[in-house]
Design a protein around this ligand. Sequence first.
Ligand code: GDP
Ligand code: MG
Length: 454
Amino acid sequence: MFQNLSDRLSGVLKNITGQGKLTEDNIKDTLREVRMSLLEADVALPVVKDFIEQVKVKALGETVIKSVSPGQAFVKIVNDELISVMGGVAAEELSLNARPPAIVMVAGLQGAGKTTSVAKLALRLKEQQKKKVMVVSCDVYRPAAIDQLKTLASEVDVEFFPSSGEQNPIDIATAAVDAAKKGHFDVLIVDTAGRLHVDEAMMEEVKQLNRAIKPVETLFVVDSMTGQDAANTAKAFNDALPLTGVILTKTDGDARGGAALSIRTITGKPIKYMGVGEKIVALELFHPDRIASRILGMGDVLSLVEEAQQKLDEKKSEKLVKKLKKGKKFDLSDFKDQLDQMSKMGGITSLMGKMPGMGNIPDAVKDQVNDKHTARMVAMINSMTPKERQFPDIIKGSRKKRIAAGSGTQVQDVNKMLKQFSQMQKMMKKFSKGGMKNLMRGMAGKMPPGMMGF
Ligand code: GDP
Ligand code: MG
């Protein structure tokens, strides 16, 4: 659904690749174009304003690193801002932490896709989380709506709690809660009535219903095709109900995509799922980062910039943490990985100053691990056999000579390096025995991911 926005933005952003530096002047035109693209995609005006301001501030404050062009850096900034307006990197599932039955209520305008989404959710919870699910319809205005849910419930094979047009929505819902309790259901999903437009009577009804059953999740269902209107509707529902999340439907259509960018900012609530088709399986978790790269269509540029910015091998780091947790020893290969990462990050000296918890490191290590020596240490480790890296204790006289010769160093340098390594190894051992948690907590947020293996 983001095709137009994607086409426009990628066209615009290509124009500034290759220029010398990000300045107020050279990003001005591009910013204006980005602004137009967003407005054309039906993103709400206040959201657009904020977006442009954020991008501008970040672009001008950015020190563009050597290995990427300013244009590429700018693309990354726009991408990060897209992710941020859509709620950050992580996708959020329903949180069903409640005494069963966990009650989930949907609300939204008529035709938004509530009933369909109830069935889609029921199927997802049943299949992926092995939940025992019951559904109920409180849409007493359209008898066909209750039948629709009944049909869908049997299609996905979950329990349907019957209701009829003569009943009161609150009575239906409370009876369903009772039945779900008695039947030991994990989740009860409550479908509600919508109107064509936001009107007071409807809002009052869903409000009262919400108060009566106190759902753990109150989801606003919104049709992504409604464009600018989506923002206003979202605001009205958010004011009336304690929303916990949003389901964005019909993202498979040719909507301009603005709703996805507006709704999070306007409601402050995460978009948790998106409907991607009429079929009952067509519901996906909403991943802001994936949507952002779909919008920009510049996966290559983004990964290039990211790589250049961090050059950290997270997988390796994770492996090291796992290894240490298992009680295995930190060996010379691990030491080399750490040294490599440090030099890629701009060297140990600059890093150490920034790392909380570094006070614990013996001064001897701090003094010896300076940037000049790092490359030499790596060379020495490169001159070792795999067995020597894994079992440093076997490195004695003749092996030391060979390593020194291979790396253009002296035996005493090899000795020094081995001493540093064994200090590092001791430190790692300490961390892996409980100190690590604290260290990780201290470093969280302040350190680039993957550094030192944590
Ligand atoms: P409600 O009035 O809010 O309960 O809306 P419904 O669940 O009855 O859906 C209205 C129409 O939208 C139906 O024809 C659905 O099949 C369709 N619909 C719902 N979600 C999606 C979706 O993600 N993609 C597409 N293409 N159609 C959808
Ligand atoms: Mg319905």
